[in-house]
Design a protein around this ligand. Structure first.
Ligand SMILES: Nc1nc2c(c(=O)[nH]1)N[C@H]1C(S)=C(S)[C@@H](COP(=O)(O)OP(=O)(O)OC[C@H]3O[C@@H](n4cnc5c(=O)[nH]c(N)nc54)[C@H](O)[C@@H]3O)O[C@H]1N2
Ligand SMILES: Nc1nc2c(c(=O)[nH]1)N[C@H]1C(S)=C(S)[C@@H](COP(=O)(O)OP(=O)(O)OC[C@H]3O[C@@H](n4cnc5c(=O)[nH]c(N)nc54)[C@H](O)[C@@H]3O)O[C@H]1N2
Ligand SMILES: [Mo]
Length: 764
């Protein structure tokens, strides 16, 4: 790849010319420089396509420049001129392909033909669509129990595709819907309904223009949702207080040069983003948030004793919530010593942040994977909700809770029925409309699907997008289990690891991307997606498909359904695929919040799916918003063992989940390599490690299984003590399958207890 392996601290602001250059490089790398710029001009515009990158919202008044460096890369990767053809597969056995790294696999370009694994030659060979569908139908119909099949969804799938997918699997007979969301914001989907009655955020984009305080917990907007930087930059320029809580000093949280600002670009100036950045320990967030709340409660008592204005919003608390007494009792029982020790932050710092929050009339609490991917992920989320409720920062302009979703339609997929625990309302609606009885028993999520595979109880895996085998934890165990499956099927745009970690039978089914024209019997089709602000809008591709053999995701799902269910199906699959407007009518019939769907998506910018919590209507069991206590500081008994470090597994600036755009991570100063571990100098000294030393990272496992990755290079970084960080997915083998949040089943990939062992010198 030609980039030298170096470590070079980055001193510039985030964004700026570096971002433009990186985007241009990505387009050139994929040989689509000119077409790429034309395509980008249609991204996130009325009549254009939705960025296949992140789930951040689009402003109502779009500028012609509504994209970012990483959105540009996502588009370049989809538009690539490179092709991964049957000739390529003929030239390499699957065993040979497995030796390539993830970057090299996707660099082969877009898949062009449906392919079927042939064990005799250990190769993927072309197969016709009809034979591929028939193979899946035969396998599914041979299973003694439909619950032996798993239907995985990655969050790029459109509402239309996801709706058909859940319809197919439910008519077939299972609720097994492991979803990328299970590894992502499930703690939000499980935690927030208990707190505020809805499993989504409560802010819309316009709220950012009114907030005077924004807290960002465990989220890296400069890399993962760069268009959010526009909102943060504007807020900062208005004088809003922005505070970040993150073990990394993420550059974009410090300073940002807006590529959209002619002045900043011309003068090389930038806007400071966070007023302060607090380097909380990995896993220290419950302690931190309890500290913030403890100070609020104490200050409130103080103020009231002095007859001053209260700090807590008592009108709101009395009128809208329940559980305040138990929360206060828990905070009283929590000592500052423990808070400081567990969070790694000084008491004065936590008080500084709490005072900023108290002063703010309107505050927004933003969070990402640093909060959810923990064993106490659900509780982390609920502590953030508590913090918001204490000052009535929900359901008021300029305030709210803002989980930043990952994939561009991960939220929408859930809304249209991808869930392993369907509500009675959904099941009743399906039965009433289609006349089949959908299964009622809860299905598999990612962790339980993997458990079933490990036990040999699951036999068929179908993936609607994504790279399941690489995204999951505990590779040694889980990938081995996937290899034992009867059939693996991947609906995909690019070759990836999951296609090589295959079952006895295996299919790769290549599909259209979002930038491409989707031509069906009634003409070109648009699809819809829902962003993190619950805005639903249309997306339509204009580019010629990467290959004439591609099918759209809805067409592939319909093909699978027809081959599996045959004449027993109650669904008019062909008619629905001929005109996606009809799929939207079905969505509307099953989910009343989509009333007027086809009309409402014609409005540029789309429409908002109402969130009751925004209106202070609480769809909880108590009919109120609930303060929920998390016992203790969620310490794992293993903390305190002398040499244990808490490892967090994070994204570089140059990857999209398991898709690597390069091996570099510009803002963190790492070039040409990913096998690195970020470590505080004090922790290095304690272990006698020097910069550049190689270490094996070994999980402190409970089950006696050794989990290790080898020869990672030590990079000194101003990181909190007791913590360390390395890249996902290379470190996924370290995350035990058992180590997940018991409520949401989110793997604890941001909190893995590890030890470091000096690696033996490498053979010359
Ligand atoms: N370019 C690009 N965009 C993306 C993605 C991508 O890979 N690349 N992925 C998409 C997806 S699916 C998702 S879910 C989102 C992910 O976006 P983010 O939520 O930003 O995910 P991460 O980068 O994994 O981690 C977020 C931050 O949490 C911090 N962190 C780690 N551990 C802790 C902790 O214990 N406490 C606290 N407070 N912070 C911690 C990390 O330092 C990091 O800055 O982005 C989406 N957008
Ligand atoms: N250790 C650790 N593990 C993690 C995480 C972490 O932070 N740390 N993050 C977790 C999170 S938040 C997530 S969301 C998951 C991500 O898990 P996934 O969503 O399963 O993985 P991706 O890497 O986003 O999937 C990339 C693949 O999607 C396919 N693809 C791209 N575009 C399309 C399309 O338009 N249609 C179809 N059908 N396929 C397409 C391409 O073949 C590409 O190779 O990983 C999780 N795993
Ligand atoms: Mo995600």
């Amino acid at each position: 790849m030609g980039v030298a392996k170096t470590i070079r601290p980055y001193h510039q602001p985030a964004g700026g010319w570096g971002a433009l250059k990186a985007m241009g490089t990505a387009l050139v790398q994929q040989h689509v420089a000119v077409a790429g710029m034309e395509t980008l001009a249609r991204m996130n515009q009325p009549g254009g396509f939705d960025c296949p990158g992140c789930g951040w919202g689009d402003p109502k008044h779009t500028s012609p420049f509504e994209y970012c460096e990483n959105g540009g890369k996502a588009v370049a990767w989809e538009m690539t001129a490179r092709r991964c053809t049957p000739d390529f597969f003929a030239a390499h056995t699957v065993t040979e392909l497995a030796a390539l790294n993830d970057y090299e696999l996707e660099m082969e370009g877009r898949l062009t033909h449906p392919m079927r694994y042939d064990a005799a030659s250990d190769r993927y060979l072309p197969v016709s669509w009809e034979d591929a569908f028939a193979l899946v139908g035969a396998h599914l119909n041979a299973l003694p129990d439909p619950n032996m099949a798993d239907f995985y969804t990655s969050g790029r799938a459109s509402n239309e595709a996801a709706f058909l997918y859940q319809l197919f699997a439910r008519e077939y007979g299972t609720n097994n819907f492991p979803d990328c969301s299970n590894m992502c914001h499930e703690a939000t989907s499980v935690g927030l309904p208990q707190s505020i009655g809805v499993g989504k955020g409560t802010v819309v984009l316009e709220d950012f223009a009114r907030a005077d305080c924004i807290f960002i917990f465990g989220q890296n907007p400069g890399t993962n949702s760069p268009r959010m930087m526009t909102e943060l930059r504007n807020a900062s320029r208005r004088g809003a207080t922005i505070l970040s809580f993150n073990p990394f000093r993420e550059r974009a949280l410090e300073r940002f040069q807006a590529p959209q600002s002619p002045v900043e670009m011309a003068t090389l100036s930038s806007t400071p983003i966070s007023s302060r950045l607090f380097q909380v320990r990995v896993g220290g967030d419950v302690a931190l948030i309890k500290g913030l709340m403890k100070h609020l409660v104490a200050s409130d008592a103080d103020a009231r004793a002095k007859d001053q204005a209260p700090v807590l919003d008592w009108d709101f608390i009395r009128g809208h919530t329940q559980g305040i007494d138990a929360l206060i009792a828990d905070l009283d029982a929590t000592s500052w010593d423990d808070i400081v020790r567990k969070s790694g932050l000084a008491r004065a710092d936590i008080i500084f942040a709490a005072e900023a929050y108290m002063r703010a009339e309107r505050a927004i609490l933003v969070y990402g994977m640093g909060i959810t991917q923990h064993r106490h992920g659900t509780q982390n989320v609920q502590q953030i909700a508590n913090l918001a409720l204490l000052r009535g920062n929900v359901g008021r302009e300029g305030t709210g809770i803002c989980p930043v979703r990952g994939h561009s339609n991960v939220q929408g997929d859930r809304t249209v029925g991808i869930t392993e625990v369907p509500s009675p309302a959904l099941l009743d609606a399906l039965e009433a409309r289609y006349g089949f009885t959908p299964p009622k028993a809860p299905g598999h999520n990612v962790v339980t699907a993997l458990d079933a595979m490990v036990k040999g109880e699951a036999k068929v895996f179908i993936g609607l997008g994504g790279n399941f085998a690489a995204a999951i934890p505990d590779w040694q165990l889980t990938q081995e289990a996937m290899r034992q499956l009867d059939l693996t099927v991947h609906i995909a745009t690019k070759l990836n690891r999951s296609h090589l970690v295959h079952g006895r039978d295996a299919l790769i089914l290549p599909c259209l991307g979002r930038t491409e024209v989707d031509m069906q019997a009634s003409g070109p089709q648009s699809v819809t997606v829902e962003d993190t602000m619950s805005m639903v809008h249309a997306s339509i591709g204009h580019n010629a498909p990467a290959s004439e053999h591609l099918k759209s995701e809805p067409a592939i799902i319909a093909g699978l359904a027809r081959a599996t269910l045959g004449t027993r199906s109650k669904v008019e699959w062909e008619a629905l695929v001929a005109d996606y407007g009809l799929i939207r009518e079905e969505i509307e019939a099953i989910f009343p919040i989509f009333q007027g769907f086809n009309t409402r998506i014609r409005v540029p910018g789309g429409f908002h799916l109402t969130s009751l919590a925004r209106e202070r209507i609480w769809a909880t069991a108590t009919g109120k918003a609930n303060f929920l206590v998390c016992e203790g500081l969620c310490e794992d008994p293993q903390v305190g063992v002398d040499d244990v470090l808490w490892l967090t597994t994070v994204r570089s600036h140059d990857q999209y989940n398991t898709t690597l755009y390069s091996l570099s991570d510009r803002y963190r100063g790492v070039y040409g390599q990913r096998d690195v571990i970020f470590l505080a100098e004090a922790e290095m000294e304690r272990r006698g490690l020097a910069e550049g030393d190689r270490v094996d990272i070994v999980t402190v496992s409970r089950d006696g299984i050794e989990r290790a990755v080898r020869a990672f290079r030590v990079v000194p970084y101003a990181f909190p003590e007791g913590s360390c960080a390395a890249y996902y997915p290379e470190t996924n083998p370290l995350v035990p399958l058992y180590a997940h949040d018991p409520q949401s089943f989110t793997p604890a990939s941001k909190g893995v207890p590890v030890r470091l062992v000096k690696s033996p010198p490498r053979a010359a």
